[in-house]
Design a protein. Structure first.
Lengths: 204, 204, 204, 204
DNA sequence: CATGAATGAGAGTTCATTCAT
DNA sequence: GATGAATGAACTCTCATTCAT
């Protein structure tokens, strides 16, 4: 067993190395500059080698996306710490917005681009988002158990909150807000104000 | 004057023909397949000819986007007809969602892709979205004048409603909802339910 | 006659306007940016109009070259004023070098590029250079009449002087001197020193 | 090690094949017709393959230039054989002129065109010309040690000789001599006579 | 396991030029 | 006389991917 285990471990390590390089490239250079070639160069392997670990660019991007979601979860773990679920809900929202602002390229990959979603087989759920969504779901469940929200269905509640947050962040990331007469500072204020307002609306 | 008028009209018609070809291509084949070359082929002109009417791909896409916004406005004009602003607000939301579902590629171009936003000069507002946004703004203003909403600032209200709608539609368009365990029908229900819920939340 | 004379004059004026635009463009933007289109734009005519006055780009460039030679002659007229032919010879040389340094794009067109020379028919001499060459020729003739030079044949003398000057200037213009380890200042010194040396060599 | 050596050799051979194709194309068709595409076609590879060996057109041209300089050196080695440096100087000059006449397109690339000089980084000397320049420099040094020349500084001397030779050859290559009333034979005589005369001038 | 070599496909763009009007 | 419209023919370059070794 020792040998095959080592092999498996080494394979895993290589996959990781590739993903990390890709992730870094994505964050520093953006989508455009992230080509199989460039990733390969970064880890000092040949492009062909990438294909030994990932069947195509989509699968690779899917893994990069996964990595990005890990980072979002870490952000949540760092920021959303209050034992009070209502307070925590606010922390989650702000953490989410901050993440999008800090890593727009990543946010695009996670929630906006078509690209890596093709590698999800039909009828198979999209695992990457699950954990971070659960953070929200749990928080909302606690809130609702305490009767703090005007929602009835927790799943629907979670979807709504996510949609609201995503709406704000993605309009920002895709430059649709800046394009409307607004200074960047104004945009930020508007987003934060929208969140406050929304939290106010859903509070019972 | 007849001549110059005719010339101008012909020029306009040509521009339109290009846009229409681009739009069709966009809707049927998606962004990836929409190249200057392919558009030119479709209208049976040379690629160089396109450049007589549009300075580059970005400008062309910006016009396609404009065209798409016209269609959204038409949809609003068709669907959001009630004199009662509250009813109309619901109509607007549903019209918006229906539009996104019917033309996901266009929706992407309008609100999600980075692509054509480069052709907007700094400090110059993004005109394409203005009119349809005004429809929403007007409706919300009327609602608030009648005291129907729990909002205080109408601009902020409009942004929030837009963000909410966009959040739902764009997650759908980018396949993030389907990817989560959900059947397509379920997705649709969820979106509609979210809207109902949201309208409920903002009603005073 | 009045009418056809006016027509001819207008035609000439138009040709001049084109050339002037082309010349300016050449000097400010360089060869690469000087296209028929850009010239046409500058004088606010259509590209096709250019072809009414010049049969192709080569013929046009040939005229631009002519214009450039006029400027060189003016430079000579300005700089080479001494009645003493030996002093004047030095003035001519320095004027020539200065001209090349000041208008490298023009110099290229005048003496280095293949481009506009095609429009010279076989067995027909190249008129553009004649006048400025005569300035040199005359000066050398005077020098030789006074027995100031170690040359025997004045034509050969003129060719040699021209070749020497052109060798220095063109190596500079084509960046072959800068490319050799030398600072720009050093280059200039070297060129001037070479000239002094050469004048010294030919003085009897 | 055998394998990597072979690989390296093959790579080198491929580079050479590309350069040779480019050189031939250059000599037979001229600069205008020498495109990456055409070179690729000539060696029956795809254009993309070229980019595996040369990063861009400039780098390729720079290598072609290098190749050309090798040929010039060979010409010098062949022609400039006399142990007597003064005789050798004449041989060098004639070899140089002959080379220019035989390969005008190459001469253009070597000494006249702007093109491949971009790939020389700032503050980095232009290596291609070095060796052939050294041949001249050495010869002049020997001459001056024997007190055969009226020069004082050997570097300046070398520059002057080079400039003189280049002036003659480049005016010929760029058709400025033929264009002046002269038959081709006359041109050749004139060039040779100028050289004799110049050598005469510098001889002490 | 890793890769060097190769490529087909295609991108956006520019240009000199022509010609019917 | 002037031009608007159009184009054919290029161009350089990049990419994801494959496959024999």
């Amino acid at each position: 067993m020792g040998i095959s285990e080592r092999k498996a471990r080494e394979k895993q390590e290589m996959r990781l190395r590739i993903i990390e390089a890709a992730t870094e490239m994505f964050m520093s250079e953006g989508y455009e500059k992230t080509s199989i070639r460039n990733i390969a160069e970064k880890i000092e392997y040949s492009p062909a080698t990438i294909y030994l670990y990932y069947k195509d660019k989509d699968e690779l991007l899917y893994e990069v996306q996964k990595q990005a979601f890990s980072q979002l979860e870490e952000a949540f773990a760092r920021d959303a710490t209050s034992p009070d679920p209502w307070v925590r809900l606010g922390q989650i929202c702000h953490s989410y917005v901050r993440f999008g602002k800090a890593h727009p390229e990543m946010y695009e990959l996670m929630f906006m681009m078509r690209a890596p979603m093709n590698s999800i087989k039909e009828n198979e759920p999209w695992r990457n988002n699950t954990d971070s969504f659960v953070v929200l779901l749990t928080c909302l469940t606690e809130c609702m158990e305490k009767g703090l929200l005007r929602f009835k269905d927790v799943t629907l509640a979670a979807f709504s909150v996510w949609a609201m947050g995503h709406g704000l962040v993605s309009l920002d990331v895709s430059c649709r807000l800046q394009a409307m007469n607004m200074t960047e500072q104004h945009v930020e204020e508007m987003i934060l104000a929208s969140i406050e307002q929304y939290l106010n609306l859903i509070k019972s």
